[in-house]
Design a protein around this ligand. Sequence first.
Ligand SMILES: NC(=O)c1ccc[n+]([C@@H]2O[C@H](COP(=O)([O-])OP(=O)(O)OC[C@H]3O[C@@H](n4cnc5c(N)ncnc54)[C@H](O)[C@@H]3O)[C@@H](O)[C@H]2O)c1
Length: 262
Amino acid sequence: MTRELEGKSIVVTGAGRGIGEAIAKDLAKAGALVTIGDVDGATAAAAAKRIGDDGGKAIGVAANVVDRAQVAKLLDAAQAAFGPLHGIVNNAGIAQILPFLEITEDDWRRTMEVNSLGVMICMQEAAKRLIAQGKGGRIVNMASIAGKQGYEPLAHYCASKFSVVGFTQAGAKAFGQHKITVNAICPGVVGTEMWRTIAQQFFDKGLAETPTSAFDAFAAGAVLGRSSVPEDLAGICRYFMSEAGGFTTGQSVNVDGGMVYD
Ligand SMILES: NC(=O)c1ccc[n+]([C@@H]2O[C@H](COP(=O)([O-])OP(=O)(O)OC[C@H]3O[C@@H](n4cnc5c(N)ncnc54)[C@H](O)[C@@H]3O)[C@@H](O)[C@H]2O)c1
């Protein structure tokens, strides 16, 4: 891999494991100086250590994306450790399976808070700093194919991810004048702890025959013939962060093995 992001300081939220960690590792391999934020500080530190052990540069910081003060501290820590900010990957998110008629206000609030409000706060706090630096920057949001298409037992999750696509388009228009690009990644069915929990919830709700069959059934929709792994999302993120990706903004790109077309 070329070191196309040598010395660039990039923050990745929810990167203690899963897709966020795979993205953080890949960015570090491309030379980026990575700050891993996660609501679970121990996993953030452990992920940063794994990157360090692999020859990359990373720090781990405990930060809940729904708490503006914690997000500010996360970005301050990145600037203190690695200098001016190049970009942020707003990856932190949660999911829950519930039949449409069973979703409560609390379910909706919890999901929207992390997946939508958390993204808005991180976009705002990162953009403020990038604007102050005056040299442009990159914002990448983690949406989903559930931000492009509704799935019945994930209605409140879908609503939260459609909102990420909205924030991505609005953010591109708001920050373009400052040479800040804003794009989103829409993964399909990725084998992470999140999907292990989703598949278990399908089973618990009587919506799947085994604790893993929902994953297999959804993943079968990928025309490329395999389920997705976290590393599948790393290349597009590196592109959005790179010089080559510098004229792309406001886009929410499906990286799903060919499940959803728009
Ligand atoms: N796994 C999939 O199939 C899939 C598909 C589409 C989109 N996504 C999205 O990709 C992102 C990552 O998903 P994943 O599968 O790696 O999930 P995961 O559950 O494996 O990892 C999510 C990480 O985010 C952290 N996190 C949760 N809430 C947080 C908060 N409030 N503040 C900071 N960190 C928080 C968790 O501690 C965890 O380390 C999410 O936004 C998810 O919605 C995942």
